[in-house]
Ligand binder design. Structure first.
Ligand SMILES: Nc1nc2c(c(=O)[nH]1)N[C@H]1C(S)=C(S)[C@@H](COP(=O)(O)O)O[C@H]1N2
Ligand SMILES: [Mo]
Length: 410
């Protein structure tokens, strides 16, 4: 069904391991530069990071190589849509097959469906297409900023990106097999797998209501191009508003199920302590008394024009950045230059929809010495960013207000 073959061409990478799994070799060696890492990261967690290019990608901040976890540098957040070749890459497992689109099949069924079927990529493309601009943000974005330190990939600010996704509605695909009324969740599996058998395969589920939602799509295009290899070729799930963990790449199977799915990546990973975060959308069938699966993204913002400690000239300084939330819509971005006493509104930029990054700008009147800029976004529900870190064991949902200090010179 899936052929693991040598990938050739300009970006040529792959080699076959003895076990038939794909091992990619770095085509370009690590760029001899240390990434411009935010100085706010705890010392020791990321001082090893380097810029490095995966085949077909720009040099990104390499955090781990097997499985590949590469973060987008700040330079690429100057636009609302993140370029495909600079989009962050996140994998849990290192066995990532190169998929032949002609051989690929998507199996649809499960004990909660009335029948089973297989779709080809052409079948998917022939279905009515839906397009959505949406942010894919890893639950652990900014984990490296947690203090005290938490284990896991030490992401800085760039485990996120915003793209225009095109595909078939998951709901239309499910309609083809018909849902039984007993169905509670839809289980999604991708073609990648563990290298060691002890590692559980990456399989996720979503509530039936989310699967039937008007925005959840099986995407085969990203920013007008076929879905790139590192982002799940030939098709991935896109769940606007929810964190990246549900956005299963290299989709091979969709199963409606009548009992809550108990796989490791649902039962044990991607969970939050109950009641700690102001989440609106819940995943009831997966909740326990003490924990709940992560769902929608929290309100957040990022200064993209400047980094902490940067030197600027006195006078008018244009500060720019992005704001986003779980899909309720950004209503305001406010800036404080006195450590959070007084706030002034920033100007909001182009609106590509409630699931997209919302750009903003603010003109700072910088006087010689040190200047601080603190940013706070709020959404249509009146939610705002956290003012103190909400501790949780896996380091999810970091949405502390960000402050940069600028050195202002004459
Ligand atoms: N098949 C597969 N899909 C996956 C993952 C994975 O490890 N395997 N990781 C998920 C997680 S946790 C995130 S944050 C996003 C990252 O998407 P990207 O690599 O396209 O940026 O993919 C999701 N989909
Ligand atoms: Mo993630």
């Amino acid at each position: 069904m899936i052929t693991r073959r040598r990938l050739v061409g300009a970006a040529g990478i792959a080699a076959l391991s003895a076990g038939g799994g794909l091992i990619w070799r770095e085509q370009r060696k690590a760029v001899a530069a240390t990434a411009d890492l935010p100085s706010t990261l705890p010392l020791g967690t990321r001082n090893q990071a380097v810029l490095d290019a995966l085949p077909g990608k720009k040099p990104l901040i390499k955090l781990t190589y097997r499985a590949p976890n590469y973060e987008t540098p700040l330079d690429y957040f100057g636009t609302t849509l993140t370029p495909n070749d600079a989009f962050f890459v996140r994998y849990h497992l290192a066995n990532i097959p190169v998929i032949d689109a002609k051989q690929w099949r998507l199996r649809v069924g499960g004990d909660g469906a009335n029948k089973e079927l297989e779709l080809t990529l052409n079948d998917l493309r022939k279905m009515p297409a839906a397009e959505t601009v949406a942010i894919n943000q890893c639950s652990g974005n900014r984990r490296g900023l947690f203090d005290p330190h938490v284990a896991g990939v030490q992401w800085g600010y760039g485990a996120m990106g915003c793209a225009r996704w095109k595909g078939a509605l998951l709901k239309d695909v499910i309609e083809k097999v018909g849902l039984k009324k007993e169905a509670v969740e839809v289980v999604l599996d991708g073609a990648d797998g563990p290298v060691a058998e002890a590692t559980p395969d990456f399989v996720k589920s979503i509530p039936v209501a989310k699967a039937l939602g008007e925005t959840t799509i099986i995407a085969y295009e990203m920013n007008g191009e076929p879905l790139p290899h590192w982002h799940g070729f030939p098709a991935r799930l896109v769940v606007p508003g929810w964190t990246g963990t549900y956005w299963v790449k290299h989709l091979t199977s969709i199963r409606a199920v009548t009992a809550p799915f108990t796989g490791f990546w649902m039962k044990s990973a991607y969970r939050l302590p109950s009641g700690k975060f102001p989440m609106v959308e819940r995943f009831f069938t997966q909740e326990t008394i003490t924990t709940t699966p992560i769902t929608e993204m929290m309100v957040n913002s990022l200064i993209t024009s400047h980094t902490d400690g940067e030197t600027v000239r006195a006078g008018r300084v244009k500060i720019a950045g992005l704001a986003w939330d779980g899909g309720y819509g950004i209503r305001a971005v406010d800036v404080s230059t006195d450590g959070g006493e007084a706030w002034e509104p920033a100007t909001l930029g182009e609106d590509l929809g409630r699931h997209a990054f919302r750009p903003w700008t603010y003109t700072l009147l910088a006087r010689r010495g040190k200047s601080t800029v603190t940013v706070r976004a709020s959404n249509a529900l009146g939610q705002s960013q956290a003012t103190s870190l909400i501790a949780n064991p896996a380091g999810y949902h970091h949405n502390l207000m960000q402050t940069v200090t600028l050195e202002v010179r004459r």
